[in-house]
Design a binder for this molecule. Structure first.
Ligand SMILES: [Zn+2]
Length: 434
């Protein structure tokens, strides 16, 4: 195995996919390859949204290891990313996506020979915005959405097109990262995919209007609970569309580059009012953390794994399949070596939020607020058992794991400060000598 294609679908929660037991046939293609894959039933994001989550699968580090960068949303320095490491091993590297949070602007192009985040269009948009009044700009956006079917992101077909174009001249071995935005709000799937799911059609105007409401933070809160099933229909239609897009991409690459490892996953899930919200805020419930994880390729032995793994394990596992040594600083192991029976997820929202999760229990700590859920009896995490006397000891045990985790991050941070200072001195010395 030599080439790697990492496919990440923004906002794709595992429980809305056929291979994870969903009642709608949203992912017939992924289901078909899942049977011939290394398939993880219990894979989790280490953070609940793009900026908290992506660093964990590009550098195998916890989202809050580099706290200052995490708060600012910048891609941290001081740990090489998968692209940089593979480049050192002679790989050609490319990334194609249209999510501004992981754009060049925030430093995510590091290590990629080719990095297309479609940012140029957005910069032009900004210039346009400064020239004309905001109202006019909004109107223009609306017109684009209604008449030109223009979405705030590039659609999956466009991502595929750019990927295929890059692959035509790519040297092997290559590492290609594709991040798809189709499942992200405003959820505007072509009706054809809703019909395939046996769902009603929605007029384009209605889809755009629903999308506008959910995209806008203030309007989002006013969406009534009765409207949520319509949003779920559209979300599922978007998943069906993405599955179709991935089928076309993977079939093409497999044919031309049989020696390719595919990794399919998501940066986080999506909430549909399970805990009062819509979208993906800084919360650590399963609708946001439980994601798909599939390794697929010619030399991957198919098996279903139950053990809990997280996005931290992706780089080390890819390295394992390529026969490369995992760097010692990586905070995840390859999936075959994982022995911990729990994962840790975290986010920053004015304060640190941390979750411990094993196959039966979840403890979430945010400041003074503590929540304990029994995931077997209460998979929707509705009944907080933290105050119950009979769980006191358990809580102490999980809290200790969380505290150790936070201490570990703090120690790493100090070590890194020393390293950065030494680097600075080294650079200054070199300048003096030079
Ligand atoms: Zn995301």
């Amino acid at each position: 195995m030599k080439n790697v294609v990492l496919i990440t679908v923004d906002c794709l929660r595992a429980d809305h996919m056929g291979c994870y037991g969903y009642h709608r046939k949203t992912t017939p293609f992924i289901d078909s390859i899942a049977e011939r894959s290394l398939f993880f039933e219990n894979a989790f994001a280490n953070g609940p949204n793009t900026r908290h989550s992506v660093p964990s699968f590009l550098t195998s580090t916890y989202p809050l290891l580099f706290l200052d960068e995490a708060k600012a949303g910048r891609f941290h320095e001081g740990r090489k990313s998968m692209a940089e490491l593979l480049k050192e091993h002679g790989y050609s590297t490319a990334a194609i996506h249209s999510n501004p949070y992981i754009s060049k602007f925030y430093g995510y192009d590091r290590g990629f020979d080719y990095f297309n985040d479609f940012l140029l269009g957005q910069v032009e948009d900004e210039i346009e915005r400064s020239k004309i009044s905001k109202i006019l700009h909004e109107a223009a956006k609306g017109i684009k959405a209604v008449f030109m079917h223009k979405l705030p992101h590039e659609d999956g077909e466009r991502i595929n097109e750019e990927a295929i174009k890059w692959l035509e001249n790519a040297n092997e071995p290559f590492f290609l990262w594709l991040h798809y935005m189709d499942v992200h709000m405003p959820y505007v799937p072509p009706n054809r995919f809703l019909e395939e799911l046996g769902l009603r059609k929605y007029s384009h105007i209605r889809k755009i209007w629903m999308g506008k409401k959910i995209d806008d933070v203030e309007m989002r809160e006013k969406i009534r609970d009765e409207e949520v099933p319509d949003y779920i229909n559209l979300y599922d239609g978007c998943i069906r569309y993405t599955d179709w897009v991935l089928q076309s991409l993977i079939r093409k690459i497999e044919k031309n580059f049989p020696e390719t490892l595919f990794v399919i996953t998501a940066d986080h899930g999506e909430e549909f009012r399970e805990h009062g919200g819509l979208g993906h805020e800084e919360k650590l419930y399963d609708e946001l953390l439980h994601i798909p994880l599939i390794f697929y390729g010619k030399d991957v032995e198919s098996s279903r794994m139950e053990k809990p793994v997280s996005l931290l394990n992706i780089v080390p596992t890819i390295f394992h399949f390529l026969g490369l040594q995992r760097n010692e600083w990586m905070q995840g192991k390859n999936v075959f070596e994982v022995t911990e029976e729990y994962i840790i997820a975290e986010a920053w929202k004015g304060e640190r939020i941390t979750a411990y999760r094993d196959s039966e229990w979840k403890l979430i700590i945010s400041g003074d607020k503590k929540e304990l859920y029994n995931l077997r009896d209460d998979p929707k995490e509705q009944q907080n058992l933290y105050e119950r006397e009979e769980h006191k000891e358990k809580c102490r045990e999980f809290e200790k794991i969380i505290n150790n985790h936070v201490e570990m991050l703090e120690e790493e941070r100090k070590r890194r400060m020393t390293w950065l200072q030494k680097e600075k001195i080294r650079k200054a010395m070199r300048r003096m000598r030079g």
